[in-house]
Design a protein around this ligand. Structure first.
Ligand SMILES: [Zn+2]
Length: 317
């Protein structure tokens, strides 16, 4: 199928040809390969005297402790507030959480917002994250609607681009990562400790995920990673949404890998290929990592690429 043919056929016509990962999973066992997801250890990993990474029930919660109390980045999966609080108490000092940053709206990372907000914390997030949490929305990979979160879980202090706060004498920078994983991704950079929390914009263990229905796509992901590379330095430690803390070299390597994938995907989508063509074409072959579910990733990537077809190449349209 050549490009002209695809464009004449119209985007909607092409999209309907793709089997959704959900339907496909019903008939075909998903291939499982590569590194196994790291199970939560239940432990607390101290990165510095003030900064620790807690287990939020499978996702990471970053805690910055000072005499003023605690700043969290994300709150873990639902019903894990006791686990997070136990981790905080184990750190000693003033365990009262006064500020929570959300890196994005996904439930596995905002699941205990209500508990911390009710106890008095301010929840800071990008405006798009508040929007997705405050309305019912469609989950295409589960073929169902997700109810809006209770109001107590919603971010109460939203930003649009970037900002910083000085808490406990330390500078905390934060900013928007445009359509990298969801509509409202944010990083939080603890400048003095040189620790950068990036949510699911880095994904060292789980397959990288593009929440395409919110606007996320592979080009946004690489651009966001480039923005992050300008914030840190060789000594920066990167905390992903899930999985082990990354060195700067590991984060750079993931960015390089995503750029290779982006280039390959651009090439295939220009040829009018859908996700199965991309699997068959070996888009994810001969890379330093393997995908647990290549079709699911490529389906989301292809949807995102069609949504951004005007950015693929100046001569496409
Ligand atoms: Zn996520």
């Amino acid at each position: 199928m050549d490009r002209r043919h695809v464009l004449k056929g119209g985007v909607a016509g092409v999209l309907t040809l793709w089997a959704s990962p959900l339907l496909r999973a019903g008939g075909t066992p998903l291939r499982r390969s590569g590194r196994q997801a790291q199970q939560p250890t239940g432990g607390v990993r101290r990165l510095t005297d003030a900064i620790s990474v807690l287990d939020g029930g499978g996702s990471n919660v970053v805690a910055f402790s000072s005499a003023d109390g605690v700043v969290l980045v994300d709150t873990g999966a639902p019903n894990n507030d006791d686990r997070v609080m136990a981790g905080l108490k184990g750190l000693g000092g003033n365990a009262k959480v006064h500020t929570v940053f959300n890196t994005h709206y996904h439930l596995a990372h905002t699941g205990n917002n209500e508990a911390f907000a009710t106890a008095g914390a301010t929840i800071v997030a990008h405006d798009r994250t508040r929007q997705w949490m405050s309305v019912d929305h469609w989950l295409p990979d589960q073929n169902r609607y997700q109810k809006a979160r209770p109001k107590a879980a919603w971010p109460t202090d939203v930003f649009f681009n970037a900002g910083f706060r000085t808490i406990g004498g330390a500078q905390i920078d934060y900013g928007y990562l445009l359509v990298a994983h969801t509509a409202g991704d944010a990083y939080v950079y603890f400048k003095d400790a040189n620790v950068l929390a990036v949510g699911d914009v880095a994904s060292p263990v789980n397959d990288p995920e593009l929440d395409w229905i919110t606007g996320a796509w592979i080009g946004g992901r690489v651009s966001a990673m480039d923005r992050l590379l300008k914030i840190g330095n060789d000594q920066t430690r990167v905390v992903p949404g899930t999985g082990p803390v990354m060195t700067w070299a590991e984060f750079k390597a993931e960015r390089e890998l995503m750029e290779v994938v982006r280039q390959r995907l651009f090439k295939q989508i220009r040829q009018g290929d859908g996700p199965q063509d991309m699997v068959d074409g070996g888009v994810l072959k001969d890379l330093p990592r393997t995908w647990k579910d290549p079709y699911k990733f490529l389906y989301a990537a292809a949807r995102g690429l069609w949504g951004n077809h005007n950015k693929l190449d100046p001569d496409v349209v």
